[in-house]
Structures are given as C-alpha cells and as structure tokens.
Design a protein around this ligand. Structure first.
Ligand SMILES: C[S@@+](CC[C@H](N)C(=O)[O-])C[C@H]1O[C@@H](n2cnc3c(N)ncnc32)[C@H](O)[C@@H]1O
Length: 289
C-alpha cells in the first residue's frame, strides 16, 4: 500500500485546489493506541499527537474503536468513520434484493460474470463494499491521505469480521493513488483491464440520508470542494472500460453537462451510465428509469 506523504499539517485540498482553511490535528482518545498514533502522525506529516490545541479545525481521532474525523467547535456534526462491518454498510450488504438496487443495475451486476470495477473515488469504501459484496472485483482509488487512513482502518476492522474476511480481501483492494494515474495506465498491473469505472464525486451535501449528508459535510471540510470531477469523467471515458457509472444527487445536472446513455434512479441519488459502445438493444435512458 502506498500512502502519499504529507509534508506538513496542512494537507492537500481536492483536485489541486487550495486546502480548506484550518488545521488538522491528531488526538488520542482514551484507550487509543499511542504507538499507532505516533506512526500515523509520521505517515501523515503531522507534528504528533496534540494534547489540547484550540486551533484545530478538524480532529483526526484514534480511539479503541479506530480512527474517526471530527470537526472542531460547538454545533459541529458528530465524528465520521469508515465502517464496513456494521452501521449503514452492514445493512446495505444484507439488504434483500440487493441485485435490483440502482447501483447494482447501473454496474450491470445482475449478469453472471463478476465484472472488474475501478472505483475511482473510493472515499470511505461504502459503495466499493456494495459492489464487492455483489461479486465484483473492485479496485478502489483514494487520493487524500487522511481518507486513505480512514479506509485502511475500516479494512483492518473488516479483516476481523468472520463473514467479511472470507471474501472481502479477494474482492476489494485499496490504492492510495489519484485514479487518473490508474486510468491512464494501459492495463491493470495484473494484466487485466477494467470492465467498468465507478465515480462518486463530492457534491454539496443537500441530498441523501442524514448520515450520508453528515459524512459528506465532514469530508468536504477536509478536502475542500472538488473542481476536477468532470475531468475525471473524461479520463474514465477515454479508458478502455466499456461502462462508466457516475453517482449524482437525484436532481443534479449530469456531470460536466455530458448526457448519459442510461439512468438508474434511487430515492435521493441517481446513477448515470455512459457506455463506450452501446450494445444492440440498449435500454434507452427513459426506459431504464
Ligand atoms: C463522495 S466521496 C466517495 C464516497 C464513496 N463512494 C463511499 O461510498 O464512501 C469522494 C471521494 O473521492 C476522492 N477522490 C476524488 N477524486 C479522486 C481522484 N481523482 N482519485 C482518487 N480519489 C479521488 C475524494 O478524496 C473523496 O474521498
């Protein structure tokens, strides 16, 4: 696993943008592992464990239950962590009829062969987990070093779960990289290309579940707004993948103003699908709704 090195406490913003104002500090919660915290601080280029700075705008917290991210100050939303075992992810994984979910239909997971999917915006890995739980082989890219740490922490806990450890390590792989580096490479390092590329760019958290909105709001405080999502879509469309899937808020315009070939609608989100070569008898956008 490659972890991009952070050189100081102000970590990079998204898409080459300036980092959001404010300082990220690491704190150890009661019962947290101090050696692990020191190693984490070194990897992220943070000065060390902070014992009580009031300048921090964001806290990366290590406690007995792992890593979480907390916005500082009164009225801030609760801490956010990646959790593949319980919570919303556990419920989504066990949901009956999962293959009929819009994300599964958009990724063509109803078909028998397990597709190879590049999740270009891995984040906290919730979508990558759903795709992997339905049989896809997923490579998830995440470029922000702190979000990589949150995702690695979730994978560490998932490896201790009796059900997940039986299949997750074979189906989900995390790459601490900008997805454009992977998309511009001619093929996967193991020689195989991707069948599909999945994109879930950040957007202002106006839609989605309350928990989803909180997660997005906290991640946006860390990364700042993404300015290069449309360019990432173009990069995905230039790759050899036959299918590119973009998750959007239900009422948002298509990413980069590019009309999709197919649309699968959920309650608060939709999945726009771009086909590299429309197969004979492709469903029209309106018929797929
Ligand atoms: C909305 S979040 C994705 C959430 C994810 N689908 C989930 O289920 O947890 C978007 C994430 O994509 C990452 N990201 C955006 N552009 C990227 C790129 N070009 N390469 C890798 N990661 C990227 C951001 O840092 C952020 O963590």
């Amino acid at each position: 696993m490659q972890i991009p090195a952070g050189s100081d406490a102000r970590l990079p913003g998204a898409g080459g943008a300036e980092p959001p104002a404010g300082r990220l500090a690491l704190r150890l919660l009661p019962g947290g592992d101090s050696e692990r915290a020191a190693a984490l601080a070194a990897r992220l280029g943070l000065p060390g464990v902070d014992t009580g700075s009031d300048e921090a705008a964001l806290w990366l917290q290590l406690g007995p239950e792992g890593l979480s991210l907390q916005v500082a100050g009164p009225g801030a939303p609760g801490a956010v962590r990646a959790d593949l075992v319980g919570g919303r992810c556990g419920a989504r994984r066990r949901q009956a009829g999962a293959r009929r979910m819009p994300i599964a239909r958009a990724a063509a997971l109803a078909r028998p062969a397990a597709p190879r999917i590049l999740d270009a915006t891995g984040g906290l890995l919730a979508d990558a987990l759903v795709l992997a739980s339905l049989g896809a082989s997923v490579w998830a890219c995440e470029r922000h070093p702190v979000i990589v740490e949150l995702a690695l922490d979730a994978l560490r806990r998932a490896a201790e779960d009796a059900e997940l450890r039986a299949w997750l390590p074979q189906r989900l792989r995390l790459l601490a990289l900008d997805a454009r580096e992977v998309l511009s490479a001619p093929a996967r390092p193991d020689g195989a290309g991707f069948d599909a590329v999945y994109l879930d760019p950040m957007y202002p958290p106006r839609s989605g579940s309350a928990a989803g909105r909180k997660e997005l709001a906290v991640l946006l405080r860390l990364t700042g707004p993404e300015t290069d999502a449309a360019a990432l879509l173009e990069c995905a469309l230039d790759s050899e993948a036959r299918r590119v899937i973009v998750k959007r808020p239900a009422r948002a315009a298509p990413l980069g103003g590019r009309p999709p070939d197919l649309v699968y609608r959920g309650r608060s989100t939709r999945f726009d699908v771009y086909l590299r070569q429309a197969p004979a008898g492709a469903v029209s956008a309106s018929a797929a709704r």
